[in-house]
Write a protein that binds this ligand. Structure first.
Ligand code: ZN
Length: 240
């Protein structure tokens, strides 16, 4: 799908702003170009914990790319013990590098965590990540982890997963997280929400995540939409 069509679909579904999140440094210049070209798009810079690299990026490498107005956050970064094997000290080092860079840039972090919640929270604490805060993206963990992350200044972001029938435990978490500390996201092109499960995801579909959470909490859609938009703007300090 062409970028113009994706943005048109988003606008038609009242999506006001898109954050295009990086998974490696090589892709970052293209993402930054998108953010320069389109008012409604912002960019992040970061290396996903599962991205294979020949050479690890330094703190300076990240700062040099991220030190521009279009880049509003550092990530994805974090830990993923599901898709990587062996001694994963390199993942933890990479994560620490991102946190240090984010603090020097004074930009929030976009955290990916999978089967690594205890180490993620531990490293966020050790590195003083609460100074910049950020978002626990595509959150699928338990209420205790949500609380620990919120205590460290992180918002909890729900993706299409929360709309899946077998996501009971996550739906309970989505009922409890205060609206002021919640975001919604697509994680496009993955994880399309119901009723598009299994299809290619796109930003327009985030509306269905917000609608689902509004139903879950027995509140108006507008309340979820407005509050999560405000939360985004406050965290990423950004109405371009
Ligand atoms: Zn992720």
């Amino acid at each position: 799908m062409a970028v113009e069509e994706i943005l048109k679909n988003a606008k038609e579904n009242d999506i006001s702003h898109l954050l295009c999140v990086a998974i490696d440094l090589d892709g970052s210049p293209d993402i930054i170009k998108l953010a320069q070209k389109y008012e409604m798009v912002s960019a992040s810079v970061g290396i996903h914990p599962n991205t294979d690299l020949v050479d690890e990026a330094s703190i300076e490498d990240i700062i040099n790319l991220a030190n521009t107005d279009e880049v509003v956050g550092v990530g994805e970064t974090g830990l993923d013990y599901f898709r990587s094997e062996g001694d994963l000290e390199w993942q933890r080092d990479r994560f620490r590098t991102h946190i240090t860079a984010a603090k020097e840039l004074n930009k929030p972090l976009i955290i990916h965590t999978r089967e690594a919640k205890d180490d993620v929270i531990k490293i966020l604490k050790e590195e003083g990540a609460d100074e910049v805060g950020g978002v626990m993206h595509c959150f699928v963990e338990d209420w205790e982890t949500a609380q620990a992350a919120m205590d460290l200044n992180f918002l909890i972001s729900f993706s299409g997963i929360v709309t899946f029938k077998n996501a009971r435990e996550l739906q309970d978490v989505a009922k409890q997280v205060p609206l002021e500390q919640m975001l919604v996201e697509t994680d496009s092109p993955y994880l399309a929400p119901m009723p598009f499960r299994g299809k290619t995801n796109q930003p327009a579909y985030v509306r269905h995540v917000a609608e689902f959470i509004a139903n879950l909490r027995n509140i108006e859609f507008d309340e979820v939409a407005n509050q999560t938009s405000n939360n985004y703007n406050k965290l990423f300090n950004k109405i371009k």
